[in-house]
Design a protein around this ligand. Structure first.
Ligand SMILES: [Zn+2]
Length: 119
């Protein structure tokens, strides 16, 4: 019987993988975080989580992004030299947030449909 010692405290099974936000350093389930990867030296938001290589995880929160940028967490987490531009990530994050908490296009779509309804 092999006894494995882990530095990570036991987490309940079935709760999914746990990642650490590079901004606020809090741990959260991977499903609650966004993955950030590097493509050709540029930071990108990996919404589909299919970009190969190292990934950094961050809350969908501009504050976390700001903290990660200030402490240069992305180059460290992704093992790349030099500063990284977070503009693309900030834009992607804004898009994700507006899709989640915004009023949504449903109402305008309905109004639009009513307007073009042939009579
Ligand atoms: Zn965070």
């Amino acid at each position: 019987m092999v006894k494995r010692q882990r530095t990570v405290p036991a987490c309940p099974p079935g709760s999914g993988p746990v990642r650490t936000c590079v901004g606020c350093r809090a741990r959260a389930r991977a499903g609650e975080l966004l993955r950030v990867a590097v493509v050709d030296g540029n930071l990108v938001l990996d919404l589909r989580r299919r970009i190969h290589g190292r990934g950094a995880w961050i809350h969908p929160d501009p504050d976390c992004l700001g903290m990660a940028e200030r402490r240069r967490a992305f180059p460290r987490a992704l093992r790349v030299p030099g500063p990284l531009d977070v503009t693309a990530v900030a834009e992607g994050l804004a898009r994700v947030l507006s899709a989640q908490v915004g009023p949504g296009p449903t109402r305008t779509e309905q109004e639009h449909r009513r307007q073009v309804d042939p009579s």
